[in-house]
Ligand binder design. Structure first.
Ligand SMILES: C[S@@+](CC[C@H](N)C(=O)[O-])C[C@H]1O[C@@H](n2cnc3c(N)ncnc32)[C@H](O)[C@@H]1O
Length: 250
């Protein structure tokens, strides 16, 4: 049983594709006609107008793929069942930090199987840890993230070639309720479904989750959150560390 077989139930409900992220990812894929999506999950962000090979180890996630998505191959990033340079481009969206002891191997696999661009959406944990939720309420997630997210510069070193690292601000109204989207919605912390679809909360012991929920409920009720962060309520988007890493062979 994989991690997402336990924490992936209900993922597709609150983690819906954001058209702005989709546009950035698809633009980075360039004119690639064949794309491998590694850690493909429920199929979010997969292009529909190109040939896609989806690689996903969790049955719970593949069961949530829609019928118009390619069926997923059950494999992990560290051993992609593909020949060298057999696809035009590779993508991986918010997945590399779950690859545990096969992170470096998996990222090098993306490069091995791909002729052109490798596109990775990830977080820079040095930046996301400074967001109010992690900095003031959830230092446990900030610490975990520093441990599990390879810094974008590390991804660049593994990938080689020409690499650009672009900030991706998260819109207030994004339908993809990743943990970073909570920057604009402290109330979301009180919603069990929203919490459960973020691996940050889902990987925490219940004692930590209960503590954070009661602290935020209290601070919202007493107006303390708004005293400290109320100015965020007027912003449309914010950079909380989401990064698009785009590598092309040198
Ligand atoms: C946060 S979800 C992202 C899913 C999808 N890319 C999206 O954007 O909605 C992370 C995905 O990575 C997958 N994953 C975990 N370990 C993996 C591994 N070693 N190799 C490939 N995928 C893995 C999980 O099963 C899960 O579906």
């Amino acid at each position: 049983m994989t991690r997402y077989d336990s924490i992936g139930h209900g993922y597709a409900r609150t983690r819906r594709e954001d058209p702005r992220f989709r546009e950035r990812i698809h633009a980075a894929l360039g004119d690639a006609r064949t794309v491998v999506n590694v850690g493909a999950g429920t199929g979010a962000y997969e292009p529909r107008d190109r040939r896609v090979l989806a690689i996903e180890p969790s049955r719970v996630m593949t069961a949530q793929r829609r019928e118009d998505h390619a069926p997923a191959i059950r494999a992990t990033a560290g051993r992609l069942p593909l020949r060298d340079r057999s696809v035009d481009a590779a993508m991986s969206v918010l997945s590399v930090h779950h690859w545990d002891d096969e992170q470096e191997r998996g990222v090098r696999e993306l490069r091995r199987v791909t002729r052109g661009a490798v596109v990775i959406l990830t977080y820079d944990a040095a930046v996301s840890g400074a967001m109010w939720l992690m900095a003031e309420y959830l230092p446990e997630v900030a610490a975990l993230d520093l441990r599990i997210f390879p810094p974008p510069s590390q991804l660049a070193a593994w990938l080689g070639g020409d690499v650009r690292i672009e900030p991706v601000p998260i819109p207030r109204d994004t339908p993809d309720w990743m943990l970073g989207s909570f920057w604009a919605h402290p109330e979301r912390v009180l919603d069990p479904d929203a919490r459960a679809a973020t691996s940050g909360f889902a990987r925490m012991p219940i004692t930590v989750v209960d503590r954070v929920v009661s602290e935020i409920a209290r601070d919202l009720e007493e107006g303390l959150w708004d005293d400290r962060h109320g100015e965020l309520r007027s912003l449309d988007a914010l950079d909380v560390g989401l990064r698009l890493v785009v590598a092309t062979p040198g």
